[in-house]
Design a protein around this ligand. Structure first.
Ligand code: HEM
Length: 589
């Protein structure tokens, strides 16, 4: 190896070709002190050579320094960021770990068994009162787990607001619903997990259904109420069908701009076919049947594909009609046409965005028709059972409007009692209490129905959820560990709002199971009790169609009461036959 060395004292360069540093002994020093370098260069050449080497080195050093400085800056920024973020992350981690380590108690609940959890602690047969008993025994928040799957039941509206609204950022996810995925509903807003797709879809729907925008739809509702009244006059015994037709026609016109003029309309047929699916699966599958079917994987292999096809066809048909109408210049303003036009104006009409409109349009029908229909039917029932309340409402209508006049939206504020009747219908028999959503809770936690072992586990779950489901809204899912008033709520828990209990809580509503519209009137005319807001759910998942639902309900109920007396049928002896209230728990009751 050869090296150049420079000595301060001599200012001379030695060239040492022997592999040593050339200074190991005085002899070697004297022997190699050169006037002419070993390279055979003259002094002059050597100086030029040294200068060029020096400038080369200087260049590299300067350049290196520059790079060094840049790296220092980057390093500093990174360090600052680390200094700032690491403690936060560590603190969060420590907090989480501490929460677990500190063994904060879960919310109260019945005693659990090892492994099985609460499976056997729950009643064996379907029992509508089970949530109530849990609420009475354990209070506003109850914790259950089955085979390690945590479930939190919220019985108090205040706690629902504290968690689902105020901490909505972590409480707005949904558990997975494999049965709904199977029938082709997985991509609709109701079942979307919290995230980018959910936020975009929610905004798309919500923006079209604000309280203000719903005023635009009033004309559609008024036109359809005329048909409703005509139909009721012609065949009152078919009141259920007419009510259904009313809500379907309104939703379809709002969604697709489609005026339903005949019962043969393809949209109506699709709606009917689609309702059958929802009614038959998974809502009406008895749990025993569902368990057996699933175990044999029949649901997945036969019925489901059929349903998926129908749902898919309904989705495609709706949007394709609107696209054709737009192309021929005949489109009427609707959720779909306005959305598509906006996409093309903003040059955003990617397949993804068009697909979002397609699925959301379908969702409006899926979520909007049955719920409102259920409430109208419950109204008919309540009026038959409570003729005094019916007459009081009609008196109010007559006093305000004069006998024989149809109410319009601008009369709303002048008819407070009528509005209270509607709220009482919603409070006492909320359209979504979703017995089968409880059942679907079974399918949460990533259980795949195609796995035999999981299916066996599933069968175990069925036993519990059959009975645990008479009161929930659509379940939420918490995305992080959380602590509420000293109680630990584990990440991934299914959160069930016990809406029925909230709306029939004796601490909030006097005589809660009695139909009493006066409860909402301010004192001293009424009891000043709170409106049943919980019926529409909570937080970032609250029903976006609530304003539309309320205005559709109002105009139909007010118009029917203005024009008709609602009475029970009579038997051969002329004795009233009172109907029995029986709910079929499909997606909606
Ligand atoms: C009386 C009628 C109605 C009732 C009682 C009702 C009730 C509910 C409830 C309880 C939820 C779940 C809220 C939660 O997860 O916390 C919901 C969600 C939903 N509702 Fe309604 N609803 C009604 C009518 C409508 C109408 C007319 C539409 C639209 C046309 C609609 C569209 C939706 C949608 C899209 C969701 C899913 C929201 C999400 O997951 O972010 N609903 N509804």
């Amino acid at each position: 190896m050869t090296t150049f060395r420079r000595f301060k004292d001599a200012g001379t360069l030695f060239y040492n070709s022997e592999g040593s540093d050339g200074l190991s002994s005085s002899a070697s020093k004297s022997r190699f002190l050169p006037r002419q370098s070993a390279l055979g260069l003259s002094d002059c050449e050597l100086a030029a050579y040294i200068t060029s080497i020096r400038s080369l080195l200087q260049h590299h050093i300067l350049h290196g320094l520059k790079r060094f400085r840049v790296s220092i800056v980057i390093g500093m920024i990174t360090t600052i960021m680390l200094v700032l973020t690491v403690p936060v992350v560590v603190a969060l981690w420590i907090t989480q770990t501490r929460l677990r380590r500190a063994k904060l108690p879960y919310p109260p609940g019945p005693p659990a068994e090892p492994l099985l959890g609460h499976l056997r602690a729950l009643p064996r047969t379907y029992d509508r009162g089970v949530y109530r008993r849990l609420a009475d025994t354990y209070g506003g928040i109850v914790y259950l787990h089955v085979l390690g799957k945590p479930t939190v039941i919220i019985n108090s509206e205040k706690i629902a607001i504290d968690l689902l609204e105020k901490r909505g950022v972590i409480y707005s996810d949904r558990p997975s619903f494999p049965l709904y995925d199977m029938i082709g509903w997985g991509d609709t807003l109701t079942f979307l997990p919290y995230g980018h797709n959910f936020l975009k879809t929610r905004k798309l729907i919500q923006d079209q259904l604000t309280r203000k925008k719903c005023i635009i739809f009033e004309d559609i509702q008024l036109a359809q109420r005329r048909i409703l009244l005509q139909n009721l006059l012609t065949s009152p015994e078919q009141f259920s069908f007419h009510a259904k037709r009313f809500v379907v026609a309104v939703v379809l016109e709002i969604t697709y701009g489609r005026k339903i003029t005949s019962d043969d309309d393809q949209f109506l047929k699709d709606a009917e076919a689609f309702d059958k699916i929802v009614a038959q699966e998974p809502g009406s599958l008895s749990l025993r049947k569902a368990s057996v079917l699933l175990t044999l994987s029949i649901v997945e292999s036969t019925t489901t594909t059929e349903s998926q096809r129908t749902v898919q066809e309904a989705k495609e048909y709706g949007i394709s009609v609107v696209q054709d109408d737009l192309a021929s210049g005949n489109a009427r303003p609707s959720f779909c046409s306005l959305g598509l036009e906006e996409l093309s104006r903003e040059q955003q009409n990617s397949e993804e965005e068009i697909g979002r409109i397609k699925v959301s349009a379908f969702q409006l029908y899926a979520a909007g028709a049955e719920t409102t229909w259920s409430a109208i039917l419950t109204f008919f029932f309540a009026m038959v059972l409570h003729p005094d309340i019916q007459r009081k409402s009609q008196r109010e209508l007559d006093e305000v409007l004069g006998h024989g006049t149809f109410p319009n939206y601008e009369d709303r504020d002048s008819l407070p009692y009528l509005t209270c009747v509607i709220y009482e219908v919603l409070r006492l028999d909320a359209p979504i209490v979703l017995r089968h959503h409880g059942m679907n809770g079974i399918f949460t936690g990533g259980i795949q129905s195609s796995h035999w072992v999981n299916l066996q586990i599933l069968r175990l779950y069925l036993g519990m959820f059959t009975r645990l489901s008479s009161a929930s809204g659509v379940p939420h899912r918490v995305m992080e560990d959380d602590v509420y008033e000293g109680m630990f709520i584990p990440k991934g828990s299914t959160i069930i709002s016990n809406i029925r209990h909230m709306l029939t809580n004796e601490d909030v509503y006097h005589d809660p199971f009695t139909f009493c519209p006066e409860r909402f009137l301010p004192k001293p005319d009424g009891y000043g009790e709170p409106l049943p807001d919980a019926v529409f759910g909570f937080g970032r998942r609250i029903c976006p169609g609530r304003w539309l639902a309320l205005s559709g309900l109002w105009v139909s109920v007010a118009s029917v009461l203005a024009m008709f007396d609602i009475k029970p049928i009579q038997d051969d002896q002329g004795v009233d036959v009172l109907p029995k209230l029986e709910f079929h728990d499909s997606l909606t009751r």
